[in-house]
Design a protein around this ligand. Sequence first.
Ligand SMILES: C[S@@+](CC[C@H](N)C(=O)[O-])C[C@H]1O[C@@H](n2cnc3c(N)ncnc32)[C@H](O)[C@@H]1O
Length: 234
Amino acid sequence: MRATMNGTGFMFTVLDDFAREFIDYAATLDEPVLELGCAYGVATLPALAKGATVVASDLSQQHLDILLDEAPPRDRDRLTCVQAELPGAEFPAGHFGAILCSRVLHFLDGAAVDASVKKMFQWLRPGGKLFLVADTPYGIWRKFAPVFEARLARGDRWPGIMVALENYLPQGPTGRPVKGPPFMNLMAPELLARCAQEAGFETVRAEYIDRSDFSGLGRMDGRENTGLVALKPR
Ligand SMILES: C[S@@+](CC[C@H](N)C(=O)[O-])C[C@H]1O[C@@H](n2cnc3c(N)ncnc32)[C@H](O)[C@@H]1O
């Protein structure tokens, strides 16, 4: 894991299946692909290495400067970096063959998640693929799982909104505010699938992702992240 410079957690340098599928798919396309919340280019660099043309975007210009510095010279003419913040980000309609947004949506409130996924639908060409990955209440935030499950059972639209993060740390409450985001919006496969469907996508798969390779955080149960692949109909 490589720490972000703006208190938004870590970039996982070990790719999950969804990022790997995005990278392999990107390499088959002539048109550009978009990585949103790319940090230092976790998927952008391998996609470039396989010949893809990539627009890499992040809230932090500092992250993008490091990515530009680390991109091999042979790949730089196929890399464009754009500083932008979801949900306000703007890209041309129908421009991308695929979009990856990994471990970013859980920093947004429900309305911002919906607005962002609707924009992703606009930015993809018909037939384009969306790849989403987000944190769940079963990884480091597993002390929040009972609250999440009770809210899900009663039909809350956003059961994963978690404030006062210091109450849900793996080691127990510390009584001191956590450095980092003011809230989290933890996700599950059915929530990602609902966002995608409401934006107009057809869901290909929505699953939990086993990230029990997270180190030093005690016992995991194989549901630490959730991922979605969805298609914009032609
Ligand atoms: C937890 S890291 C994830 C990095 C990488 N995508 C991964 O999956 O390992 C979150 C990244 O998203 C960026 N980010 C956070 N909020 C964002 C927003 N609203 N719009 C765009 N990027 C955002 C952060 O700057 C950071 O680089």
